[in-house]
Ligand binder design. Structure first.
Ligand code: ADP
Ligand code: MG
Length: 499
């Protein structure tokens, strides 16, 4: 409570900054704030340039690191701010003036408990990048390795803690005084945001994420992760193998360097799909600034501060939703939401089916290369919010990442839908986890319940066998399906007999 005056004052200061950019509109969500908005009117700069979302982005940039991060996370919440504003927030630039190299050296020496000269034979004082939380210096280790060293901003932990305290206070205030906003769970949302942001402040976690991703990626084609130098890594410093390469956004430049952009795109699509569906651990910040193409044409991911995890249940849900859309089976899509427990049992099922159809039909009428499954998923999650869906942060991050990945894909080749490229993987995964095999497994589990669906299952099985044959895939799996078939029949018959 003692903090309230301080936070109130902070709120006023923030209000002034927002007014200067004519970006007070988020407060219109709060009816009680209307008199305050009227008070602020004389301070509003009507000449501020740009769309509302751009003005808000400019104000958040001025407010500093936590607000930049906050704006970036709001960019996933089309349900709160609408698509146009969310899209503008997604462009929030995370570039800040650099801090002095002397401070970076001091941080390294303190954190690693050794003088910089003992660790690096060469340390370039001019950073190659400076963002809200850290900056990156190129260096050569005393072992002779070329590396990139990421160092936290001095005092960043304290600044972020202060802002996180403010966000939590504001969220409590909103939850207490705004019943109509309660289902957005502001307190919980801020708590999750705080957790993610704090995690980014411990660079050992980033290094660990890089190693985990690297292990998963061993079998991927044309995708890798720079090695971590643990001897030169601590809470406030992380050292990676230096990657020499070029950006991914310039198709012509890639071709000029002798690379095949289409191949790169295929590898990127497969790597992304494998991360999400095979490993359940994905890079959650896949914008072009975090990707380099090395001399061999291999995609190298950088920046492992934001990673996402999806458990097997959610992977199945996602796949079920996508398959439902592709089959234009909107009841199936809606059923996933109820079966997953995302929507409360008493939500209006048929109204939700109708809503899902209203999202699916216009998108699925487009040519395949124009379909964005990330945006489709975004609209769906936003719609589900209106049916009182519990916010699923892991799905929101995944959805945002899909949108970003699709954007990168479009730069590489606008004529191809990246999911098409991952199709063989997608099919294998779906057959293994949602397809006949998985279904038969479930059928066995459910025994009698499934008896009525036997013809349906047999048909699916035939389809699967046919698909296997035409694709000349290993005979093993055909056997596997057959292996499932007879136990199923016996199981169902026993079930019928017992029933
Ligand atoms: N291993 C590396 N090799 C070469 N350049 C790197 C490496 N790591 C980072 N960089 C450069 O530094 C920039 C910022 O690094 P990044 O890890 O993305 O930090 P931030 O979290 O601040 O975005 C990258 O966009 C890239 O240009
Ligand atoms: Mg980055």
């Amino acid at each position: 409570m003692l903090e309230s005056p301080r936070y109130l004052w902070r709120l006023v200061a923030i209000g002034r900054t927002l007014a200067r950019h004519n970006a007070l509109f988020p407060f219109e969500l709060l009816p009680q704030a209307r008199p305050l908005l009227r008070l602020a009117r004389p301070f509003v700069n009507e000449n501020a340039a740009g769309r509302p979302g751009q003005r808000l982005a400019a104000a958040l940039e001025e407010l500093g690191p936590s607000f930049i991060k906050f704006g970036q996370s709001l960019a996933t919440r089309t349900d709160l701010l609408g698509e146009a504003i969310a899209r503008d927030l997604a462009t929030l630039q995370d570039a800040l003036p650099s801090f002095p190299a002397a401070a970076a050296r001091a941080t390294i020496a303190t954190d690693l408990e050794q003088p910089v000269e003992a660790l690096f034979s060469d340390f370039q004082d001019r950073p190659v990048a400076a963002a809200s939380i850290a900056q990156v210096h190129l260096a050569t280790t005393t072992d002779g390795d070329e590396v990139a060293v990421k160092v936290l901003r001095p005092g960043i932990e304290k600044a972020i803690e202060r802002d996180l305290g403010f966000f939590a206070w504001l969220a409590r205030l909103v939850e207490r005084t705004q019943p109509h906003l309660r289902h957005y769970k502001p307190v919980e949302a801020v708590a999750i945001f705080a957790q993610v942001t704090r995690r980014e402040l411990d660079l050992r976690l980033e290094a660990a994420a890089a190693v985990e991703l690297a292990e998963n990626a061993e079998g991927y084609e044309g995708f890798r992760v720079p090695a971590v130098d643990w001897r030169r890594t601590g809470r406030r410093v992380v050292t990676f193998e230096r990657i020499v390469g070029q950006g991914i956004t310039d198709r012509a430049a890639l071709i000029a360097a002798g690379h095949d952009p289409d191949r790169i795109m295929e590898n990127a699509a497969k790597a992304f799909f494998s991360q999400v569906f095979k490993d359940g651990f994905f890079h959650g910040d896949m914008h072009p600034g975090n990707i380099l193409i090395d001399r061999e044409g291999t995609i190298v991911a950088l920046d492992f501060g934001i990673m996402g995890r999806v458990d097997m249940a959610d992977r199945r849900h996602m796949a079920g939703i996508l398959v439902g859309f592709l089959e234009r089976d909107y009841v199936k899509v809606a059923d996933v939401f109820f079966a997953a427990g995302f929507l409360p049992d008493d939500a209006d099922r048929m109204a939700f089916v109708q809503a899902v159809r209203s999202i699916g039909e216009p998108i699925l009428g487009l040519p395949l290369e124009e379909i964005s499954f990330g945006r489709l998923m975004g609209q769906l999650l936003a719609m589900a919010e209106q049916f009182r869906m519990q916010t699923q942060p892991q799905l929101l991050l995944l959805q945002k990442t899909m949108v970003v990945a699709e954007g990168v894909g479009r730069l590489l080749n606008p004529k191809v839908n990246m999911w098409q490229l991952a199709q063989p993987l997608v099919e294998d995964w779906i057959i293994a986890h949602l397809g006949p095999k998985a279904r038969l497994q479930q059928a066995l589990d459910d025994g009698l319940q499934m008896a009525g669906r036997l013809p349906h299952i047999v048909r699916r099985l035939d389809e699967a066998l046919e698909r296997e044959r035409t694709r000349h895939v290993a005979v093993d799996r055909v056997k596997l399906f057959q292996g499932w078939f007879w136990p199923l029949v016996v199981g169902v018959l026993i079930g019928l007999a017992v029933g």
